[in-house]
Ligand binder design. Structure first.
Ligand SMILES: [Ca+2]
Ligand SMILES: [Ca+2]
Length: 455
């Protein structure tokens, strides 16, 4: 079960995924005087953190009711008449994608009235309806409900002409359309024993797509994992994600409004999948803004506004940050939990909504470069790759090209080179299209650079 310290924080022996059964009353107990404001704040913050979780019958409503009753702030219905009317505010996102109709259409509805809400697009070749957001869920374009409270409802559309596709994976490389890498990671460096397949390694092993994507497409991102905490103190984790800029640099995505993608995957009942944004404004480890992704056995689309991302429930004080969209380095799906479950997650058709993404030169008949060291640069000249590099001392130098399976496909003979700047020429005419790693080796150092060869 769940245990609390008397300041409202979780007790170390407590189980943080359990339902917060008596947290509401406990929090109320902190209201006796203002010396217990930390206790009250901790309890309130924790209650709010449960809004996306299925905590069954001890839900937030009961918690809040108990708080209201115990504090005397509960409305006295013998004196105050219950709400008789409510309003419905309807929006469309992105603006201009369509219209929303309420039937009957009124400024104010009587509580208990039945209302049908429906949406249609302004341009069916351009916009696809994704679903309802706010005070209505579901993916049917028409829905009927009974009025009970003021609702704000948004019809969310996907703009098929928006040039914001991050990756549909169809080019079957380990890179996004920004030219940045997909990657995976585990808790092994923290003492955990979790595994993820495929496992990438910066600068060495590229992510590999899997056949069988959303909507009968050819490829998608897929990871398999097992969770095992080993000697790690906290919940074991694995993750998959993409960089927005190479080498953990920050990118400005403030022109965008959110992220959409298709996924399917199942997470154990005690496990969670969070979509996390790595932002330069967050300096406390683990305090990243995140959004909970529920299990789905079939392909499902989600469309999330940046403002829906929240920091974890335990974040307080200096760890509280603002999501600065001008300083984003990566976005990743992290699965963490308490089981040793093995499962899988598929991801496809990722859009950074509203961010203009011009597909990089990866598909053009050139070699796209990615610099891992300032001393190694590649430029395509016809069928040849011109490799510019510099040596700090005289020595023997060799070049080798590896495919993403790690197999050497080409090797240039070792030669003795003096210190300074040099250019080597590697013929690529017999190299098949795809992603490769170029490795420069001396007696004392190795430098690798990822290159894309397109014909
Ligand atoms: Ca790609
Ligand atoms: Ca695909």
């Amino acid at each position: 079960g769940q245990m609390y310290n008397l300041d409202g924080t979780l007790h170390s022996s407590g189980n943080e995924t359990c339902i917060p059964t008596f947290l509401g009353p406990l929090t109320c107990a902190g209201m006796v005087d203002n010396t217990h404001s930390t206790w009250l704040n901790n309890g309130y913050t924790r209650l709010r953190s449960y809004n996306a979780k299925n905590d069954n019958y001890y839900n937030e409503c009961l918690e809040l009711l108990s708080m209201l009753l115990l504090t005397g702030n509960m409305v006295d219905f013998t004196k105050v008449p219950p709400r008789a009317t409510a309003t419905i505010t309807a929006n469309v996102r992105p603006a201009g994608a369509g219209t929303v109709t309420l039937s009957p259409q009124k400024d104010s509805y009587g509580v208990g009235d039945e209302v049908t809400i429906s949406t249609s697009t302004s341009n069916s070749t351009r916009y696809t309806f994704v679903g309802w957001e706010g005070d209505l869920t579901g993916t049917q374009q028409s829905a009927t409900f009974k009025v009970g409270y003021n609702r704000t409802i948004t019809a969310v559309y996907r703009d098929e002409q928006a040039n914001d596709l991050l990756d549909d994976c169809e080019d079957n490389d380990g890179l996004t359309n920004l030219g940045t890498e997909w990657f995976t990671y585990t808790d092994v460096l923290d003492g955990g024993k979790s595994t993820v397949t495929p496992l990438t390694k910066t600068g060495e092993t590229l992510f590999k797509m899997t056949e069988g994507g959303y909507n009968s497409s050819k490829y998608a991102v897929k990871v398999n994992w097992t969770l095992d905490k080993g000697s790690f103190d906290y919940d074991p984790f694995v993750g998959v994600g993409f960089e927005l800029a190479p080498k953990a640099a920050y990118t400005d995505i403030s022109k965008s409004t959110g992220i959409s993608f298709f996924y399917k995957g199942t997470f154990g009942t005690k496990d969670t999948c969070d979509l996390k944004i790595e932002c330069g404004a967050v300096t406390t480890p683990g305090a990243d803004f995140c959004y909970n992704i529920p299990s789905s056995t079939s392909w499902k689309e989600v469309n999330i506004k940046w403002s829906d991302f929240k920091q974890p429930w335990w974040v307080k004080g200096d760890a509280i940050a603002t999501l600065d969209l001008k300083r984003i380095s990566k976005i990743q799906w992290q699965i963490h939990g308490q089981t040793t479950a093995a499962s899988e997650l598929w991801i496809d058709d990722v859009h950074i909504l509203g961010l203009p993404i011009e597909k990089t030169a990866v598909k053009q008949p050139v070699v796209s470069e990615k610099i891992f060291s300032e001393s190694l640069r590649c430029v395509r000249m016809g069928a040849n790759l011109m490799v510019n590099y510099s040596l700090s001392q005289n020595g023997n130098v060799s070049f080798a090209l590896y495919n993403i399976a790690g197999k050497m496909v080409k090797r240039e003979a070792t030669s003795f080179v003096h210190a300074g700047n040099h250019t080597a020429q590697i013929n690529l005419s017999d190299i098949a299209k795809g992603a490769y790693l170029l490795k420069l080796s001396t007696e004392t150092a190795e430098i690798t650079q990822q290159i894309m060869v397109s014909k």
